[in-house]
Design a protein around this ligand. Structure first.
Ligand SMILES: [Zn+2]
Length: 436
């Protein structure tokens, strides 16, 4: 409900179609016109003025300056803002976002994990997140969850997956099942995962905070392993990203020519955080994007401060490292490194609706509202290889959020969308009963 008016059915949705009913089914199958809405042009960083948007077959067919004679289903956008649906580039569907996500994961059955995944995706879509990229999951369960989303059995964002994150034996995140001991094993695993629906490759290039027995300031995969991953990924038309806390791991990613870096904590060999400007410039010059996952890091640091210890006893500088992810964003942005918005949701105390917090944190480091918004729309889509998402223009997928206020003026406007459309279908409206 919006101000007492339902968006679907007999409210501002008007249908003169076949009489087969209004609401989600009609919106999905029939053409839809969103009339007289203030269009948020994320690329130019301005509101384009009132437009009417024609959606058909899940795709934006046209964006018109003038009202259109229209006999089908329509949505009155007057007084409202239309922005692209958001993209969270770093999620873990099967983690619980509790204080102990790894222990929860290890204790859960497959069916319980699937329930966690369905719940998380529901939280995301209600927050206006229409695409997520999972960067660490049990591969077989991920294939099942992707199937449920694709079949419409689960209402959730488009689910881009990298299957199980790949690590050295007993390396970071090994509990997802992606341990590989040699380039040959790595290649075989990547091909198997792509066959199962993975569209990215995720490497664990350093230790991590969730995994005892690993050290975040140590690089954990050789350049030869990374190159093998890149070769087999390229041959299959997918990209490679790498979890890197250690600066030494970031340097190897540059040498191996990968596509993206997660976290980019810039830990030196003693575990201290210091952005190495020379390495950061090489990241930029190589066209490697960084997904810094600052807000989850901030929340996790807060949690560790409260309980007095980190999750990984081999990670003595965890709090410093987690808090530095935020302060790293300023220098990286000023150097011209491409920043992509992603939350690490599912990890410690980071639920699936924290993307607005993530980009709000970016603005504390000098990004404008428009620059921050692009990290989760047009720029994010481009870096993820999603060429038809993240903008409102003819030919783009109709993944949209209808908002009560202008997000370029205040990013908080994104937090509770009035309606969320995925592939042209209204999949959530504010005030509708929440389901899990
Ligand atoms: Zn992660």
């Amino acid at each position: 409900m919006v101000g007492g008016r339902p968006l679907l059915g007999a409210g501002i949705f008007h249908s003169t179609g076949s009489g087969s009913g209004t609401g989600m089914t009609t919106a999905k199958t029939a053409a839809l016109l969103i009339r007289d809405v203030a269009l948020v042009d994320v690329v130019r960083g301005r509101v384009a003025g009132l437009r009417s948007v024609v959606i058909e077959g899940g795709v934006i067919r046209d964006v018109l300056d003038d009202a259109l004679a229209w006999s089908g289903t329509s949505l009155d956008g007057s007084g409202r803002y239309l922005a692209p649906g958001l993209i969270d580039a770093h999620v873990h569907c099967f983690l619980s976002a509790s204080g102990t996500p790894r222990l929860d994961y290890l204790a859960a059955s497959d069916e319980e994990l699937l329930a966690v995944g369905r719940h998380n995706l529901g939280v995301a879509i209600r927050a206006g997140i229409t695409t997520v990229r999972d960067v660490g999951a049990p591969a077989a369960l991920m294939t099942r969850l992707q199937g449920e989303v694709a079949a419409g059995q689960v209402v959730g964002p488009h689910l881009v997956s990298s299957g199980a994150s790949l690590c050295r034996p007993r390396g970071h995140g090994h509990f997802f099942g992606g341990e590989v001991a040699s380039p040959a094993e790595l290649r075989a695993r990547i091909e198997q995962q792509i066959a199962g629906g993975a569209q990215w490759v995720k490497l664990m290039a350093s230790g991590g905070g969730l995994t005892p027995g690993t050290q975040p300031h140590r690089a954990e995969l050789s350049v030869a392993m990374m190159r093998a991953a890149r070769e087999v990924a390229r041959a299959n038309g997918v990209k490679v990203t790498a979890h890197c806390h250690a600066t030494a791991a970031i340097e190897r990613v540059v040498e191996a020519g990968l596509d993206m870096i997660e976290h980019a904590s810039f830990l030196d060999s003693h575990g201290r955080t210091r952005v190495d400007i020379d390495v950061a410039c090489r990241v930029r010059d190589s066209g490697i994007a960084v997904c810094p996952t600052v807000y989850g890091g901030f929340l996790t640091a807060q949690h560790f401060r409260q309980v007095g210890e980190a999750a990984n006893p081999d990670d003595p500088t965890a709090i410093e490292r987690l808090e530095a992810r935020l302060t790293n964003v300023g220098p990286l942005h000023r150097l011209g490194v491409s920043i992509v918005g992603g939350t690490d949701c599912g990890a410690t105390h980071t639920p699936f609706d924290t993307l607005v917090d993530e980009i709000g944190a970016f603005t504390m480091q000098g990004l404008s509202n428009a620059e921050a918004l692009r990290t989760v729309t047009s720029d994010g889509a481009e870096q993820l290889g999603l060429s038809r998402r993240g903008r409102i223009a003819a030919g783009y997928e109709a993944d949209l959020v209808l908002l009560a206020a202008d997000p370029l003026a205040d990013l908080e406007a994104l937090r509770r969308p009035l309606a969320v459309l995925k592939a042209g279908e209204v999949v959530h409206e504010a005030g509708a009963e929440e389901s899990t």
